[in-house]
Design a protein around this ligand. Sequence first.
Ligand SMILES: C[S@@+](CC[C@H](N)C(=O)[O-])C[C@H]1O[C@@H](n2cnc3c(N)ncnc32)[C@H](O)[C@@H]1O
Length: 358
Amino acid sequence: MVQEENSGEAEAIRPPWLHLLSAFLSMEPSNSIISISRDCGGGAITESVQNFIWDHCINRADGKGHVPYIRSFLKKLILEIESEGAVVIDELYEQLAFYMASLKGDDSAKGDSRIIRKISFLYPADLVESRACQSQRKLVVPLSCSLNMLEGDTGCSLWPSSLFLSEFILSCPELFSKKSCFELGSGVGLVGMCLAQVKPSKVVLSDGDLSTLANLKVNLELNQMNANVECLHLPWESALESDLQDLKPDIVLGADVIYDPQCITHLVRVISALLTIKKSNSGQRDECFVASRGQSVAYIASVVRNIDTFNYFLRVAKEANLRVVDITENVKMYNFLPYMRSYQRSSVRLLEICYTFH
Ligand SMILES: C[S@@+](CC[C@H](N)C(=O)[O-])C[C@H]1O[C@@H](n2cnc3c(N)ncnc32)[C@H](O)[C@@H]1O
């Protein structure tokens, strides 16, 4: 994980050039990067834009980038420039020719499905100004992800709700500061990396899939977070209520975990157990309030892909005495990912959940 202060390179590279670099590092689709390239060149992919792409993106990757991704981007970029009747700089042609010539012996082209995406959270200028002590302008989180969506039971890909939840955490750090946080279905772990930025008392990430958990540990290492963040194997189906209640988190988080109807009753049972605390002697549940009133709360971000599944979740949650409120429109969210054109922030809903007594 890289943090950049107000000086140095972060100062030198400004939007839209910073957006171009960030989009390349996060491995955005080629069309998005080409569109930002045009913004940089005032509508055309000029030679100075091409030189920037060469110097800051491709040449700087220095053999560490994912060759098939860069090759495909270069191909589309060159075609685009040629179709505009503009001049393509030699370096781009030569690099593409090099990749084409060396492709046959390139293992990464044959299907090594792991890639490192570097997600840059760019602090908006008004936020940097409004937080007097905020010297940070950029947070870069490298993440090992899979190119194959289904590898690791979906948990090795990055989902839009975790981008949203990460932006929520960085927008409202006071909600998480000095709180113990527990995430369900953590996947590649982006939410945990952002949580670690906002001074929580504890962060525990969990997932039910073992290959996802192994990848999550790789990501904690990549970000030097092993010492700050704990990992737990937690399949919702077999999680014991007594174990869950021992965890006693102040805040439960989850991103894109409401999608499989077969898991919903288990997911709700786990959330419910995490949000309630048993009185030590009687074994009865204490009352639960939202975090702002000092008690446990869950924040679950979700893209509603299937309305029946989502409504089923709401119904089961209600039966379990969970109060679910859609707070998407009520939170002041900053845009930390202005370059990420593939991410549709408006497709994500943010739910605040707490346990209620009747
Ligand atoms: C769609 S992915 C979301 C991953 C991550 N939160 C994100 O937004 O990028 C769903 C995650 O929930 C985990 N998961 C799904 N069903 C589960 C279950 N029954 N118990 C525990 N984890 C589960 C998956 O392994 C996966 O990591």
